[in-house]
Design a protein around this ligand. Sequence first.
Ligand code: MG
Length: 263
Amino acid sequence: MKKLVILSVMLCLYTYGIGQTLQTTKPVPGKYPELEKMTPGMTEIWEPEVKIIQPGVTNSDAPSDAIVLFSGTELNSEWTDLQGNPSKWIVKDGVLISTRGAGFIKSKRKFENFQLHIEWRTPAEVSGESQGRGNSGVFLQELYEVQVLDSYNNRTYRNGQAGSLYKQYAPLVNVCKKPGEWQTYDIIYTAPTFGNDSASYVIRPRVTVLQNGVLIQNNVVLRGPTEYIGIPEYFIKKHGPGSIELQDHGNPVGYRNIWIREL
Ligand code: MG
């Protein structure tokens, strides 16, 4: 014990001594060039000027550099079914409705990194439970699903409720509105990159989601494609740009005001 105390005191003295030495050591004149005196301008970057765009009237409206994928009128200019044919999804009163048996729809354009705005509502008339109530989904690059579901008073597995990255990440909170009310997703997506190995990512895909203005997915790193059964990592396959897809899960979920900004 006595030895330990002596050792501690010596260590303190040694440390203090070094500290004193470091503080009192002066640079040798002429040995190094004098540092140029910093001015504020040395850390200002002016060029190129940041691109100017026009914001929407509200934060839900498309800014001037967005591609509008659905504005409430017609579907076929920007979307097809999965076979590339005109989709049988219904457009009624400005709302695009997921139609049972019609299958998924996909955007004709393919995307890499993007910011996507999409508004959705589950049926006001509640029927079904758990995954059977107001189920649809927004698939990023055709592979990664942001779940759309009526999660208002409707328990299901937490990594499968509205706002989940299906079966990978539960949303941070449940901020769902009532059935029949319009809700928003603002999704920021960073595409993965691949090397020579086609079955693994070099950089994995990342997703941020705001639902009704609230952060529910904070830059989560995806494990692999969305799988109903199985381990996502086992299904990784090299891919390039992909469509946005909307899921037909048999429930008449409505969509409107869909726009995207390529990043
Ligand atoms: Mg779904």
